[in-house]
Design a protein around this ligand. Structure first.
Ligand SMILES: Cc1cc2nc3c(=O)[nH]c(=O)nc-3n(C[C@H](O)[C@H](O)[C@H](O)COP(=O)(O)O)c2cc1C
Length: 183
């Protein structure tokens, strides 16, 4: 599959088969994240992979309750990956102070999407989840304060992708050569 085909066919998958995901495949995805670029090569990402059904059920019960119920689809995902950032890295703080950009969020986004794309190639569906109770996630998993919980990724085999087309802005609405157009 070409890279172009890969990105064209990737969709957020919210329905999963009740089928275990091989750890080898999960680790292939994490390896793709490990190789991602990062500002000053600080590699701030850490990944806590939840594939134990009991722990996953407890975690999901907690983090997708109340106002977070719309992310409940992820309860049925065979794997949940908690994406963490190490915040005690000096380069992160300097970047924020001087450039006013949280570089670690860019780094985490790139690494997370490497996971997503590698998973797609392996026939696994994923969905980024930003809407969850991170306070409860920290509590259930006993995650120390030096880590920021940035997002979750659900992962699993799927039967069908969402059939509706990708809704995207047109190319000419988002990119210009040499001069900004009216947006
Ligand atoms: C940072 C981020 C956070 C997201 N959070 C959620 C979420 O909490 N729940 C959800 O169902 N989808 C979530 N999504 C998935 C988006 O809704 C999805 O990528 C977008 O609608 C485009 O659809 P597609 O991924 O199928 O192309 C998130 C995506 C990103 C990149």
């Amino acid at each position: 599959m070409s890279f172009k085909q890969l990105v064209q066919q990737r969709r957020s998958v919210r329905r999963y088969l009740d089928k275990e995901v091989e750890r080898e495949k999960i680790l292939t995805c994490i390896e793709a994240a490990r190789l991602a670029p990062s500002a000053d090569n600080v590699q701030p990402w850490r990944f806590l992979i939840i594939d134990d059904p009991e722990l996953k059920a407890k975690f999901a019960r907690n983090v997708f309750s109340g106002i977070y119920f719309i992310s409940k689809f992820a309860i049925k995902a065979p794997v949940l990956i908690v994406i963490l950032a190490r915040l005690d890295i000096i380069a992160n703080r300097i970047g924020k102070q001087i450039q006013n950009i949280n570089f670690y969020l860019i780094d985490i986004g790139i690494a997370g999407e490497h996971i997503v794309l590698q998973a797609e190639e392996l026939g696994l569906g994923t969905c980024w989840i930003g809407w969850f109770n991170s306070r409860k996630a920290r509590k259930v998993l006993k995650i120390p304060r030096k880590y920021k919980i940035v997002a979750l990724l659900s992962m699993g085999y799927y039967e069908r992708k969402p059939s509706r087309e990708k809704k995207r802005r047109k190319l000419e609405e988002i990119a210009w050569f040499n001069k900004l157009s009216r947006d």
